[in-house]
Design a protein around this ligand. Structure first.
Ligand code: SAM
Length: 302
């Protein structure tokens, strides 16, 4: 996975996403868009991640975090938090649907501080749920989970730098992973940090897993050759991502996606743009809100 992040620090964008969901849940206008369970788990995650560690009083730290989150959104990509919330809601509905049918196992790659796997594992104890993430990010998540206030099932946390170790080698060395089971692989907010050869390697690896396996991932839509930004991003966003060593390195246009997937034997089962999700998921009163544009979600299978 390229040099997606500083090798020693937890991903800043993973924190940004978790804090963004927390921010939405605390806004009277947007709280209704955050499902109760997601809100509760994000609240617990954020408290342990950001507030419990603050040297200031918790109430002051919370106000500062909310203020920082508001400013970061305004300075980076207007509507980014709502977009991330909608992609999470869609991903969760697909994951629960898949587990309710033939899929027996879930592998979340680059999970960051997302709580989906904790909730799935707690709600559906019969399924195997695995998270693979960079050691620097997962070290912090493990610390958070040591003293987490909500049920977390038995998610297996696997620390791997995927820029050094191939996914196929990671899976084959995992006792918790059963290669005979149809598996849902989830990769949310990660492919944009890879180069094309890594994306291809991941697709080829997932294509060789048990029959019935699926891959659910987000990708940046390439708007012009070599351009994979959010369409309404402020200029400062690119500098910030570059400064954090988390710049976007891959995307594909919507028209080229089916052919790109077909080269690894995949076909598109389902696809959502932020505009699709706006219509499907947002309540009437928020339908006209600004939403970040440029990152889509695809569900594929062989
Ligand atoms: C933008 S965050 C997305 C977090 C989460 N999926 C979400 O959407 O809330 C990107 C994630 O990819 C992980 N990642 C980046 N480079 C990686 C690498 N080389 N190996 C493993 N994970 C990596 C980061 O640690 C981080 O958790």
């Amino acid at each position: 996975m390229g040099d997606a992040l500083n090798k020693h620090e937890a991903s800043h964008t993973a924190r940004f996403v978790a804090n963004g969901i927390y921010w939405l849940s605390q806004q009277s206008r947007f709280a209704c868009e955050v499902p109760e369970d997601l809100g509760r788990y994000t609240d617990a995650m954020t408290c342990r991640l950001e507030l419990d560690r603050a040297t200031l009083g918790k109430a002051l730290a919370r106000r500062l975090l909310l203020m920082k989150s508001r400013l970061l959104q305004a300075a980076s990509v207007p509507g980014i938090y709502l977009h991330q919330l909608l992609r999470k809601r869609y991903i969760e509905s697909v994951a629960r649907g898949a587990l309710g049918s033939d899929v027996r196992q879930v592998v979340v790659i680059g999970a960051g501080f997302d709580t989906l796997s904790l909730r799935l594992s707690a709600d559906m104890p019969g399924y195997s749920v695995i998270e693979i993430d960079h050691p620097a990010t997962q070290r912090v998540k493990k610390e958070v989970l040591e003293d987490f206030s909500l049920p977390q099932g038995c998610v297996r946390l696997v620390s791997v730098d995927l820029s050094q170790v191939r996914l196929a080698d990671t899976l084959s060395g995992l006792e918790a992973y059963d290669p005979r089971l149809p598996t849902l692989f989830i990769m949310e907010g990660v492919t944009m940090y890879l180069d094309e050869s890594r994306v291809r390697e991941l697709l080829d690896c997932i294509a060789s897993q048990a029959s019935g396996s699926r891959f659910l991932f987000t990708y940046m839509e390439e708007s012009a050759p070599g351009r994979y930004d959010f369409r309404n991003a402020r200029a400062a966003t690119r500098w910030w991502l570059a400064f954090r060593n988390e710049r976007f390195t891959w995307g594909v246009s919507r028209s080229e996606l089916p052919e790109f997937l077909a080269q690894s034997g995949f076909r598109l089962l389902d696809h959502r743009t932020p505009e699709d999700l706006r219509c499907e998921l947002l309540t009437e009163s928020n339908r006209n809100t600004v939403l970040a544009q440029g990152e889509n979600t695809a569900l594929v299978s062989l």
